[in-house]
Design a protein around this ligand. Sequence first.
Ligand SMILES: Nc1nc2c(ncn2[C@@H]2O[C@H](COP(=O)(O)OP(=O)(O)OP(=O)(O)O)[C@@H](O)[C@H]2O)c(=O)[nH]1
Ligand SMILES: [Mg+2]
Length: 391
Amino acid sequence: MSDTPSKSRLFGLFRRPSAPAAPEPAVPTPAAPESAAPETAEQAPAQQPPSPPTPQSTAQSTAQSPAQSPAQSTTPTTASDAAEPPKKTGWFQRLKAGLTKTSAKLSQDIVGIFTKRRLDDDTLQELEDSLIEADLGVETAMCITEALAKGRYNKEIAPAEVRAVLAAEVERVLVPVARPLRLEGQHRPHVILVVGVNGTGKTTTIGKLAQHFTQEGRKVTLAAGDTFRAAAIEQLKIWGERTQAEVVARGAGADAAGLAYDALVRARENSSEVLLIDTAGRLQNKQVLMGELEKVIRVLRKIDATAPHHVLLVLDATTGQNALNQVEVFRDKAGVTGLVMTKLDGTAKGGILVAISAKFGLPVHAIGVGEGVEDLAAFDAGEFARAVALS
Ligand SMILES: Nc1nc2c(ncn2[C@@H]2O[C@H](COP(=O)(O)OP(=O)(O)OP(=O)(O)O)[C@@H](O)[C@H]2O)c(=O)[nH]1
Ligand SMILES: [Mg+2]
């Protein structure tokens, strides 16, 4: 398959640009939370790559209305869509590269297990162990071995056939959750609250989404709701400058719920279509901090009883099994409506997305495959399955 996604499958959320984008400098990421915010800082970011993003490629993500209800589609196909844009060395290449450790290990195991051996209880058990080690989750591992056993028991099986079954089963789990982020209804603004533990990529994802919505012609306001650190506020302001989005901020130490309230008032005043609210990273087992998120939501609802319209949980693909607990707690406390998984460009643990999908069934809206503004891709079940099982 091609590493350069065609515009048609380049996401419900993003499509290829009509014009190349200018190179962008990296938005500096504040240092890991320091002592000023000890309650948010107990888990260092799993990965905070210091390097700047790849210079912006010729492809910028722009938005397209997603697909849950075609009638809701808001992004027209433009004339420029007809022209094939310049090729970008692919995000899918990076996804594949990122998942190489996972896929190479699986592939090696499969060859080791099935070469010149019949498919029986022993080989199935060995395969199940290998799949669990790859973070795919017990449930998915069992589904895969069951699917494989059907009609093939006691027969020899080629490793390629095993990998094909693996890809098909992974895709089967992921298809229902691969749902582009969609601005539904007539909300003004659509309020998108972005939550997650420290360093997962929340602020960067907000920047990428702001870019995407702005390029779609929507007015965007950003709320610097990570009020713990001045550097976090600055980081969002830079994204605001870059994406021409107004940023509502207060000084460090301000009340996050009050800031969110102000931001929603302001976003209404300036007729924004989208309000993206950043929040401080917080560990899911910190009751007080989780309570603060609940307060943010309560306060927003004083202005708009339907807000927030999306609560995005940003997960770091390098985290591994802890991500399951993050999903559970943030879902219960903050009403997470969908997931974004970042850093899939460099992890041996990307299989966790399959386990999360099988367990929670929450929509996976997008994946991050790099630090650059274009490095947010709508999640594609088939591509992910192929990257894990067939590459
Ligand atoms: N490789 C890679 N790096 C990413 C991706 N998304 C974010 N990052 C990097 O991850 C680091 C943390 O990103 P932030 O956006 O600051 O994370 P955050 O969740 O806002 O962090 P806190 O506010 O400290 O909780 C930065 O160095 C980002 O550039 C991604 O998809 N791939
Ligand atoms: Mg942040």
